[in-house]
Design a protein around this ligand. Structure first.
Ligand SMILES: [Fe+2]
Ligand SMILES: [Fe+2]
Length: 275
């Protein structure tokens, strides 16, 4: 049986700041979010560009919030396909937009999606981008699955783009962590984020804790991400605690061949593996 994927619509998380939610069916886990974001300030910003499979809905939602010709910046957190899936479209439709990225993402994207050099600005962690009525402070997120990754904190609203950090499946159109079913966060935070951050197994917990402490000291009011719930107040503090607890602990193995065999068998494509 195929699970119907809800058609999500933009969700306002702060003043002039919209989460553009998308979901992918994930079997018994429910759905995995694949979000992007739009900031409609003096100089509007598209924050990541979603996945290719969501091209039509992404375009409708984003350009329902901001007119393409008004977009001034396209923030590309890193080069993964679920963050750059509609970058070519955005570049075509938004003639006044400059891509905010970095050297590494530009290099890695250049093999299939060259960004014109005159339409780029490179921003490294710790650097700030002045966009008129606000500043975006680039950060290295608390968790990440690509070395090129940068998030940011919007100094006007305190909204953080945490990119791939703090991922969690969702039962549907549920955006705030406070609205998730009880126990979901506690049960799945570690296994879900271990898949994207196996490197945490080898990090020094104290050193990593200092990075998390520095992030926690930033004036963040709300954290949004590509694959997880919206976090506010204590929920964000809890996310830092959970992430810190993963340091120097064995990574949880990702599903292996037995799970694929089950999927194939459920789809009638293969006999179940004999017990
Ligand atoms: Fe990623
Ligand atoms: Fe991602």
């Amino acid at each position: 049986m195929t699970t119907a994927v809800p058609r999500c619509t933009p969700y306002r998380i702060a003043a002039e700041t919209w989460l553009v939610p998308r979901l992918i069916a994930a079997g018994d886990a429910g759905f995995v979010p694949v979000n992007s974001m739009v900031i409609t300030g003096e100089q509007p910003v598209i924050v990541d560009t979603g996945a290719p499979m969501h091209a039509d809905a992404w375009r409708q939602d984003v350009f329902g919030i901001v007119a393409p010709e008004d977009v001034r910046w396209i923030f590309v957190s890193h080069d993964d396909a679920d963050h750059t899936g509609n970058l070519a479209t955005a570049l075509d439709l938004c003639p006044n937009a400059t891509v905010v990225t970095d050297f590494g993402a530009w290099q890695r994207l250049s093999v299939h999606l060259p960004i014109p050099t005159h339409r780029m600005r490179w921003l490294n962690p710790g650097e700030r981008l002045d966009i008129g009525d606000r500043t975006l402070l680039a950060i290295r997120p608390p968790q990440y699955d690509s070395p090129t990754t940068r998030g940011f904190v919007d100094t006007a609203t305190g909204a953080m783009w945490a990119v791939d950090a703090f991922a969690l499946p969702t039962p549907g159109e549920v955006y705030e962590r406070s609205d998730l079913p009880p126990g979901l966060w506690e049960d799945l935070f570690v296994p879900f984020n271990s898949m994207s951050n196996p490197w945490l197994e080898w990090v020094d917990a104290d050193r990593y804790g200092r990075h998390l402490d520095e992030l926690a000291e930033l004036p963040v009011t709300v954290a949004a991400s590509c694959h997880g719930p919206v976090l506010r107040d204590g929920a964000l503090t809890d996310a830092y605690i959970q992430a810190h607890a993963m340091a120097a602990k064995p990574a949880i193995p990702a599903p292996g061949q037995p799970v694929l065999d089950q999927i194939l068998a459920a789809a009638g494509l293969q006999d179940p593996i004999p017990a």
